[in-house]
Write a protein that binds this ligand. Sequence first.
Ligand code: HSE
Length: 427
Amino acid sequence: MLKKAGVAILGLGVVGGGTYEILTKNKEYFKKTQGVDITVQAVLEKNKERALSLGIEESKIASSIEEVCSNPEVDIVVEVIGGTGVAKTFVKTALMSGKTVVTSNKELFAKHWPELEAEAKKMNAGLFFEASCVGGVPIIRTLIDGMQANKILSIKGIINGTTNYILTKMAYEGWSYEEALKEAQRLGYAEFDPTADVEGFDATYKLSILSSLAFNKKICIENVYREGITAITKEDIAQGKEMGYTLKLLGIGKDTEKGVEVRVHPTFIKNDNPLASVNDSFNAVHLVGDAVGEIMLYGRGAGALPTGSAIVSDIIFAAKHNEYFYASFKNNAQGNKETKFVKDFTSKYYIRLTVKDMAGVLAKIATTFAKNNISIAEVKQVGGSDNSAQIVVNTHVCAEGAVKKTLDKLSTLPEMIKVNSVIRIED
Ligand code: HSE
């Protein structure tokens, strides 16, 4: 029997518009293939002209969240406003009215998931968030519905398209960070204030959500180590290329016997790593499960139709199923106190230094690394002027804390001019 569902869309920006387009264009197709008849019954959008230009009838343009939530024709409320201000109020109001919520809001979810989940459970409402992570790539459902047979050992991903676009242009066009950012802004990938993307906040929100699902433990954003790409130079990308590495902003989650490791930072990966060929604004997530081994999902992490695709898949799921999924772990704001986190993680490192070009400097540098128990894999002089030299030191696997101590010590040497860059290398 055909199931009917009424939808309200809060916010008709890029993603809201894409969602509306898919729901209207494929309405008959969903009836045939999914057995659901989905109708947009209301929208909440300040810009009335925008709603009308999409072909939405004036009678469906609501003037308040209360009007949306008291509409008996609305079963599912889609929040695509973003942020944690009005979006949070609207989502809570919808849940408190017993409406199922579908959201693309990673910041809201990463910061307030437990509170929203508690409200949804109380009201027996659904709460869906496929679009919150990696746009059109169905990673949430893969983790929930496709990987249950596995203990997931690691999750590594290019989970921010803006930074991937910038790094790709720096690598392939030789652009500076500033040039690449400007073009990303012109194309609409990066915001006027690009902080959330380039400083790694967006990726941190997504990694917090994804690693919580992957490892069945609440991973709060405070547990995620974060470093953005603003200090990356084309010199480092070019150096990496010569050594056979590609630079990516990775979200990395590992669940090991020592504990959970979650971090977002620029990372050199070998050129033959499948993530190395994920370019431009594309996203990809690589998972390792103890049964399935490696799998990788690839696709568009943003945009009207890709993100709309994830939202509509949640709407269809909600319309078809009476039972809802909630986190399988104790989902509280502080996480589980028993969960151990590896703060002093280990990695290989690429370190570029500018030093005075004089006898004995290399020996001093090597001794400082050795004293901190760091084994050097390779040292190269990569340039310099009459008085200074640029040195690249690549290490074997060592502890993050030992690298910090080494750099502190190196900074006190009279021959040291600058620590230019420190980039982790992930095998
Ligand atoms: N701004 C994000 C990105 C998309 O560049 O991937 C939404 O999270």
